[in-house]
Design a protein around this ligand. Structure first.
Ligand SMILES: [Fe+2]
Length: 190
């Protein structure tokens, strides 16, 4: 038996989380979040600065500073990704083409969506209680072989974790049933 295609998934824990969280929340407090309700493209019911950022030439300073804080893990992802034997040997590096914060208050969620056909996307769990919140749920691109049912992958994450996944993978953020806000930072690597 051979497995002929693979879906790589990367999961890191951010060191010195207490300090790093403070720095990230500082940038988050500068963000231009707006409430999104049932957007036709991305759906869901949440707060994000995505739509304020996506059409700007240059990302705002708070976004650039947030990426700088996470740069060590973006580098780590690249070196791990490049070590995979199915990755083109001439590949150098992705560039970040969009980055944004997202907040879900109680009863908010993000419906099934993906981040395009090329590259990787990342989620960093900034304000997140693993006892009260749900991590991102990923849907397999093909059904289970005997039933055709959709299969799911839900990584076990905690606050201070950062994950990288292929942008094409459909995923969603389940309903936040807690009174505590769930805050993430996300970006696309193309
Ligand atoms: Fe997403």
């Amino acid at each position: 038996m051979q497995t002929i295609f693979e879906i790589p998934f990367f999961h890191y824990k951010i060191d010195n989380w207490k300090e790093t969280k403070k720095e990230l929340l500082q940038e988050y407090s500068n963000s231009f979040l707006e409430k999104v309700e049932n957007d036709k493209l991305a759906g869901g019911y949440l707060y994000t600065d995505y739509y304020n950022i996506v059409n700007t030439q240059e990302p705002p300073l708070y976004i650039r500073k947030t990426i700088d804080i996470l740069n060590f893990y973006i580098d780590k992802f690249h070196s791990d990704f490049k070590s995979l034997d199915f990755v083109d040997k001439n590949f150098q590096r992705f560039i970040i083409n969009c980055a944004w914060f997202q907040k879900q208050e109680e009863n908010m969620h993000h419906i099934v969506h993906n981040h395009g056909s090329i590259g990787f996307s990342s989620v960093c769990y900034i304000d997140y209680d693993k006892e009260k919140h749900s991590s991102t749920v990923f849907l397999s691109p093909y059904g289970e072989f005997t039933t055709g049912n959709t299969t799911y992958f839900q990584p076990e994450v905690e606050e201070g974790d950062i994950i990288f996944f292929p942008s094409f993978l459909n995923h969603f953020a389940p309903l936040n049933t807690s009174e505590d806000n769930r805050v993430i930072f996300s970006f696309n690597l193309r």
